[in-house]
Design a protein around this ligand. Structure first.
Ligand code: KE4
Length: 433
């Protein structure tokens, strides 16, 4: 059998660094040859050798309807006929902004951009401009895109600020970024006591899909919100991954069920809101958002921001997920996947735990769910890699890295889930030997 994936990967590596346009796609963490996608439809994609996979990545979240949803495809085709990009306002951007604000009422206004990184970077600049403060606080294990100020790991202690996680980021760029342990309330209290009055914002992934799947505890979110209010910092929810993925009102709706009246001050979104096209957004209260150019002093711009084809894709996607029963069915399927995997792991006698919210899930080879990055990173890499490749060989495609989440779509069927669980059961048996 010709391995077109291997041929393509060798060819790609000659002209694209690592052969990929985003590092996680290179299978570096799991080894082996990335699958080059030929086409995708519904819950599946076919690789360059024509092999079919049940897709639990879905472009890392955007494809919540599954690939090629007819209503979305029609909307994109129609929009494309009217023009690809104008660099001028369109009605559809207003419609999409209105649709997002109707679903996430914590925001009065929203600005559309082209990627989650751009949205997160702009939100940080806006928080700094609106508060007149320079320092920001994030949590280890949370990824907010690759803007310089956010590529930072914890300093040596609470008083010290972050160190760059990437070459090319000068230490002085991250000197204002404080990194704490996720879910650590004591560190939060101490950091605010030391630096609260200098903090422009706290940015968090409310359910950290970049640590596979780690929930911020309700007390932790509550305390973050209270301290931000007390010290005048903005609480920024990075919902690029959780936005419209975990609930119709996103993760902030999930937390508001336990924290009456809870609202973040700003929200960063992406992925689902573009339905697979390059589209992201950041939003917040009017007083903050009106600090943005052309009204206010905080500059932010983009040639393709609010792109007319991308907004058509996003609007059609939001229309589908707003239909009655959408999240009930999506959540049921995700929970049935996790419980099926748990049953197979128990049968094989291996430590396993999983969690899910709406259409997002994660699992670990631990007895209980980890609460922070340090614990997640104690995962047995070899064990995960055996699972990854065992599933891949059986036509099931999960994230090629243990710190990434999984994504269910409306197109996945119970039969797909049963096939996935059976494949995992085979692999768990190998692991238990
Ligand atoms: P993008 O710039 O990749 O559109 O979004 C950055 C981003 C921001 N915030 C959160 C919570 C995110 O998860 C992301 C991007 N997520 C990764 C997956 N872990 C995208 C996949 C990739 O980097 O190729």
């Amino acid at each position: 059998m010709t391995d077109r994936n291997l041929e393509l990967f060798e060819r790609a590596k000659r002209v694209i660094p690592g052969g990929v346009n985003s590092p996680v796609r290179a299978f570096k963490a799991v080894g082996g040859t990335p699958r080059f996608v030929q086409r995708a439809q519904g819950a599946y994609f076919w690789d360059a050798d024509g092999k079919r996979y049940i897709d639990y990545i879905g472009s890392w979240g955007p494809m919540i309807l599954g690939h090629g949803h007819p209503a979305v495809l029609e909307a994109v085709q129609k929009a494309a006929l009217d023009g690809f990009s104008f660099g001028a306002p369109t009605e559809r951007e207003v419609e999409l902004a209105e649709a997002i604000l109707a679903l996430v009422p914590s925001m009065d206004m929203v600005r559309l951009v082209s990627s989650g990184t751009e949205a997160g970077m702009s939100a940080i600049r806006l928080a700094r401009g609106a508060t007149g403060r320079s320092k920001i606080l994030k949590f280890e294990g949370c990824y907010h895109g690759h803007a310089d100020a956010l590529l930072v790991k914890a300093g040596s202690g609470l008083a010290t600020f972050g160190n760059p996680t990437s070459a090319g980021v000068p230490p002085e760029v991250v000197q204002h970024t404080l990194v704490l342990e996720y879910n650590n309330i004591q560190q939060l209290e101490e950091a605010f006591a030391l630096h609260g009055k200098e903090l422009a914002c706290v940015m968090i992934e409310p359910i950290a899909g970049n640590m596979n799947f780690v929930r911020a505890s309700v007390p932790f979110i509550k305390r973050c919100s209270e301290l931000c209010t007390e010290y005048g910092a903005l609480f920024v929810f990075d919902e690029v991954m959780t936005g419209f993925r975990v609930a119709p009102g996103s993760a902030q709706q999930v937390y508001a069920r336990s924290i009456p009246g809870f609202e973040p001050d700003m929200t960063v979104m992406g992925k689902v809101i573009g339905g697979g096209m390059p589209l992201a957004a950041f939003g917040g209260k009017r007083a903050v958002m009106e600090q943005l150019a052309p009204l206010g002093p905080v500059y932010q711009a983009g040639t393709l921001s609010g792109n007319p084809v991308a907004t058509a894709c996003g609007l059609a996607t939001l229309a589908e997920i707003s239909k009655p029963g959408f999240y009930e069915d999506l959540g049921r399927k995700t929970r049935s996947l996790i419980s099926g995997l748990q049953a197979e792991a128990d049968k094989a006698g291996i430590d396993f735990c999983g969690d899910s919210e709406g259409g997002m899930f994660g699992f670990f080879f631990f007895k209980e769910l980890p609460q922070n990055y340090a614990k997640v990173m104690t995962t047995d890499n070899a064990r995960f890699n055996t699972l990854f490749h065992g599933l891949l060989d059986r036509g099931v495609y999960i994230a090629p890295a243990l710190y990434e989440a999984g994504f269910m779509s409306a197109a996945h069927t119970d039969a797909d889930i049963a096939e996935t669980v059976a494949a995992a059961g085979d692999v768990f048996k190998l692991l238990s030997k």
